[in-house]
Design a protein around this ligand. Structure first.
Ligand code: NAP
Ligand code: COA
Length: 267
């Protein structure tokens, strides 16, 4: 799939599977920008994108919790690009903590990054999206549909993200803007996996609960993001699409006891 001259911004795209999505578009010849809080990570990601073959690679330092900063990011980007063809919104924070002991500020930290941050990225990104043809992808999580112990903050926030997807698809469809969520399964070599399923043995147990019997790779997420952004998907909007080897069919709830055991050991 070729994405020459497509302009792709990945917010939260400086590490993990979001960086993988940015790299996937870079390899397909797109112009790619990434943004996150840590400027050293931003600079390293931009280098990575150049090496992967991006037609152009840009980076921005932003904390999605700060609406003014998010708006300023788009104004800076508008000096380079007339509009954004694909906007991937995946900034997130996570740590395991039981609701009974999670502090209000801990809940707020995650809700502000995952949910309020997604709103800021969508709200201030809206005027910059290509019309018709612009595509917003939210990076959701299985916590949006599967209750998980020690994940009250993430479950609440990511469920909100998927409803944001559906609402924005309704509101923006008439302008030719599509909005979809991708729901990654357990993806290898990521911060999220290392925080919730620390260690090789536990990750192997999680993999055994996936119908396809393996953890996902960042390439799986990049391929799905490209497929959903291609003309082949031009009539698809408002969907919440698992990219998870079938984990959402039931394996994710089977994995819960393994995850809880692992987190109890590591905590
Ligand atoms: P990750 O590498 O930690 O990615 C998180 C990204 O968000 C980083 O680029 C981080 O960069 C950025 N970020 C965090 N807080 C931010 C903020 N306040 N403002 C702007 N950027 C911020 O984690 P990952 O595991 O690959 O997860 C990526 C996405 O996939 C997340 O949305 C996660 O919920 C979802 N997901 C992951 C898995 C998995 O198996 N890993 C499964 C399901 C869903 P800075 O630190 O520089 O800000
Ligand atoms: N257990 C319980 N509470 C925790 C915690 C943990 N492991 N980690 C942080 N918190 C609480 C803090 O104690 C604080 O609450 P308090 O003021 O009542 O003490 C609150 O969360 C905010 O912590 P702080 O460190 O100030 O937040 P931050 O804004 O610097 O970082 C996080 C945000 C906490 C989400 C941090 O983990 C992060 O930056 N994550 C990004 C990477 C990531 O999570 N990747 C996986 C994505 S799936």
């Amino acid at each position: 799939m070729e994405f020459q001259d497509h302009r792709v911004l990945v917010v939260g795209g400086t590490s993990g599977l979001n960086l993988g999505i940015a790299l996937g578009f870079a390899e397909a010849g797109a112009r790619v920008a990434v943004a996150s809080r840590d400027s050293a990570k931003v600079d390293a990601a931009v280098e990575h994108l150049k090496q992967a073959g991006a037609a152009e690679a840009l980076g921005f330092q932003v904390d999605v919790r700060d609406p003014d900063r998010v708006e300023a990011m788009y104004l800076e980007l508008a000096r380079h690009w007339d509009s954004i063809d694909v906007l991937v919104s995946g900034a997130a924070g996570n740590f395991p903590a039981p609701a009974a002991t999670l502090s209000p500020n801990g809940f707020k930290a995650v809700a502000e990054i995952d949910l309020h941050g997604a709103f800021h990225v969508a709200h201030f990104g809206y005027p910059h999206l290509t019309r018709p043809g612009g595509h917003l992808i939210h990076i959701s999580a299985p916590q949006a549909y599967q209750a998980m112990p020690m994940q009250s903050h993430v479950c609440a926030a990511k469920a909100g993200v998927d409803m944001l997807t559906r609402t924005l698809a309704l509101e923006w469809g008439r302008e030719g803007i599509r909005v979809n969520s991708l729901v990654p399964g357990p993806i290898a070599n990521t911060e999220g996996m290392d925080r919730l399923a620390p260690g090789e043995a536990l990750q192997a147990k999680v993999a055994s609960t996936v119908p396809l019997q393996r953890l996902g790779q960042w390439q799986d997420m990049a391929n799905a993001a490209k497929l959903l952004s291609s003309p082949l998907s031009s009539y698809i909007t408002g969907v919440v699409l698992p990219v998870d080897g079938g984990w959402s069919l039931g394996g994710v709830s089977l994995a819960m006891s393994h995850l809880a055991q692992g987190l109890n050991k590591s905590g």
